[in-house]
Design a binder for this molecule. Sequence first.
Ligand code: PHE
Length: 472
Amino acid sequence: MRASSYQFMSKPSSPGATSAPANTTARAGFTSGFGVLAATLGSAVGLGNIWKFPSLTGANGGAGFLLVYLLATLLIGLPLMVAEISIGRQAKANPITALRQLSPGGAPWWLIGAAGMAAAFLILSFYSEVVAWVFAYVAKALSGRLLSSDPASTQAAFSALVADPVQSLLWQWLVLAFIAAILLMGVTKGIEAMTKKLMPLLFLLLLLLCGYSLTLPGTGAALRFLFEPEWHKITPAVVLTAMGLAFFKLSIGMGTMMTYGSYFTPEQNIPATATRVMLADLSVSLLAGMAIFPAVFSFGFAPSAGPSLVFITIPAVFAQMPGGQVLLAAFFILTAIAATGAMLSIMEVPVVILHERWGLRRSHATIATLVILVLLGAGSALSGSTLAQFTPGGRTVFDWADYVSSNLLMPVGGIGLALCVGWAWGREGFARALSNQGQLHNGALAGVLFVLLRWVTPALILVVMLKGLGVF
Ligand code: PHE
């Protein structure tokens, strides 16, 4: 039987230990259940929770959108997250090696890993610039330079930052160097140790801001904006938007979860962890909405979306509240924390691939990744200034990086991963990996996830992608 030649399936199932491939020496990993959860949640929680989720939910029909998003998360997000983590943990290797092991000599599934690395570079090239603005705003908020209740002046301040090539580049380099510095400390002492500290802090700040915001008079309007179902707004396009969001939110389709999966402990219950991460990520999104919109409505602002909500409306709103400077600093620190965990996970993908496949030392791989990103990121950093007029096909470099990664690379990766598990790995290998080599009795769940991955998930993502590319 051909399947028996898969290294994945021929592993001895000694209890308590997932054996590493023979050619891998002791490989770093996460050391505790809490560490696994903090790092994985750290990847999912990011800029997406702060402005994408709340404003998309509000604008697209509240509870109706939420319901569609939840369905997309269950049918696409969770199965793919479980699939990626299991492939990674089973192989205990970077995405390219992991996928090669899954079908040695067979179809080139490893290309998904290579595409993931390209996606990681592309996402980081623009994500790092948004995070650069966040870091710049932390500094401004702490020094009190952001305090203006006049939206025209907060708008002017934001435009000045974006239009300044030197500031845009310097803040981006600072952000990239900060993330690289954490990665240089390694998987355990860098990623795990950092996210274990940052995630509780994130929840604390979020709950404080939320508690404060919910005492404001605009709470009723905010809750209606977020949760009142407006079914007529649920068009096919909105359904597709919700699916795309689920995809991006949970960091799937580009090897991030596979890489983190390779650091999971052998006894970690993968479906339970993925579910916890999904629920905690959803809570962060909902809490962020409840921290932002009551304040926005209380001071008579329109619920704008995206960067203008975060960098223009919020500073103007908070300036009108007692203790505004502290609140504003807290808000941007919270956003910076969320973005840090996400960036660590995206940057780890090329680092581990360069390290394990190209034989670079981990430190050299990190520096190489940093250098590539400094060069690649300049295009996005300068999209508001030097390169503002360079808009081939109607998009700036920044917008292209965003568009190609989310509408092409991530969905293709997601389809590939689902098909890889559904057709190459097969039910038996997948179920055994999910059961921790027979330790857990979750065969029925594995069966359901397998059917989703083999048929439903790839078909759904294909629809999202074709819509995203404007094919129909
Ligand atoms: N999930 C992150 C967010 O919401 C973004 C991300 C995408 C992280 C892809 C890792 C990989 O901001």
